[in-house]
Each structure stands twice: as structure tokens, then as C-alpha cells.
Design a protein. Structure first.
Length: 241
């Protein structure tokens, strides 16, 4: 990306306050992980913040980039839940854990179990005023726990929160469909790519309604130009003046 694209700012409003994001700001202050984000990943992040009305300066969203994998766009749990609860059709939720007890699978409300119970998953139900039945989700602990420190320290809370986030997303796909939280931060490259493609699809569908300072076409063109062999100048190899 050229220096002017990195310096330009995209301005949008979040909760009545103006937010300005430039590529340089994102790269220098809003990225976590142990690798450098690409210019295209920066553009994706800025566009997602704009369309989802997220303020990254309040830690509502940030980029995570680890070596060997594409960047992940992560939304804070607080921003995610506020968005869900602000929906006019939201009518409460129930959530808990799933345990194996005496050879049977038992749903437990909350995040507490007996000492002999084996944790196997989490569940959540989200109620909408315009639906006859709740949106119900049941997820596996083994599928979501990747051995991170938080999952080891608070497995019951983490799987319950993740179940809630998944249920909320299914209940309100229009406003939460492309938002992913810390609790469900993925580490496998296939899931990261799937998340990235979902975000890209939404941006491509909505970006035509307004011209932004930073577009994928410009970035791809800039990156393509950088990779092309440099044409020899008329002065290359000529005499010194």
C-alpha cells in the first residue's frame, strides 16, 4: 500500500462520537499477536468497524495476527452483547453448561458443576418477541477449547459465554453475523479463512453504497504494482552528468 493510503483516514460515527481510522493507526496501535498484518487485512478491519459501528479505541474491536495464519478480526464481548441487547426483538436468554453425570448428559443452568461431573459442552437459549420458540444452541467443549490459559482457568464460564455468543449470532444474524469475540477466538487456519471470507462478503455487498478512502481494488492494485519488476529508466546505465 502506498504511503498516502496508509495515512488517509476513514471517518464514521459510533454512539454519537466521531471515529477516524487510518491504516497507519491500525497497524501501530490496534493489532495484537506476533506477526505483521497485511495492508489488505487493515482495510478489511477498517471497513468492518465502519459498517458494524465499532470503536476500536475503546477496545470494541481489534486485529489479531499470528505467524502462519491470516489476521482475525475480534470483537469485545461487551460490544457484542450491547449490540444484541439493543435489538428491539431481544427478550432475554438462558444459558449454562452440559455435563456427563452417571453416564447421562445433563444440562446445568449457570456455570457450576458437581466434583464428579465431566464438562462436555455449553448451551444457550435466546428469546425473541417475534418468534414462537427460542433460538437454541448446544456446543462441544472439546471443539472450542484450544488449551489457552483462560480456558484452562475458567472452563465452565468460557464454554457458557461461547454458547451465548453463538446463540446471539444465530438469533440476530443481520447485526451480529460477522462479529467474533475473544471467547471463541480460533486458532485453526481453516476457521480463520472462513471468518475472513464472511467478512469480505459483507464488505463487498455494502461497500458499493458509499465510496471509502480505502478500497480493496486500490490495495490490490498497489500491492500488484509493488510486486511488478521495475522498468529500466532512460537514465539507467547512462553516463553520469
Amino acid at each position: 500500500m502506498s504511503n498516502d493510503l496508509m495515512a488517509k483516514s476513514v471517518e464514521f460515527e459510533v454512539n454519537g462520537e466521531s471515529v477516524k481510522l487510518s491504516g497507519a493507526t491500525v497497524k501501530n496501535y490496534l493489532v495484537r499477536g506476533n506477526d505483521t498484518v497485511s495492508e489488505q487485512e487493515i482495510v478489511m478491519f477498517i471497513n468492518l468497524c465502519k459498517y458494524q459501528k465499532l470503536n476500536p479505541f475503546l477496545n470494541e474491536a481489534y486485529l489479531v495476527k499470528f505467524k502462519g495464519a491470516p489476521a482475525q478480526i475480534i470483537t469485545s464481548k461487551e460490544a457484542f452483547m450491547k449490540r444484541a441487547e439493543a435489538n428491539e426483538n431481544f427478550d432475554g436468554l438462558e444459558a449454562g453448561i452440559i455435563v456427563e453425570r452417571d453416564g447421562q448428559m445433563i444440562d446445568v443452568e449457570g456455570a457450576i458443576k458437581l466434583s464428579n461431573d465431566k464438562l462436555i459442552g455449553g448451551w444457550a437459549k435466546v428469546y425473541r418477541t417475534d418468534r414462537k420458540a427460542p433460538i437454541s444452541v448446544r456446543i462441544s467443549y472439546d471443539e472450542f477449547s484450544k488449551g489457552q490459559a483462560t480456558w484452562k482457568q475458567m472452563p465452565l464460564n468460557m464454554i457458557r459465554k461461547t454458547a451465548i455468543v453463538n446463540a446471539m449470532r444465530e438469533a440476530f444474524p443481520g447485526s451480529l453475523g460477522n462479529m467474533y469475540t475473544d471467547e471463541e477466538q480460533v486458532t485453526t487456519s481453516s476457521t480463520i479463512v472462513e471468518t475472513e471470507e464472511t467478512v469480505r462478503k459483507e464488505i463487498n455487498e455494502k461497500a458499493n453504497t458509499e465510496v471509502l478512502d480505502m478500497e480493496y481494488e486500490e490495495v490490490n492494485k498497489a500491492e500488484s504494482n509493488e510486486n511488478e519488476p521495475k522498468k529500466p529508466s532512460a537514465f539507467d546505465g547512462g553516463p553520469d552528468f
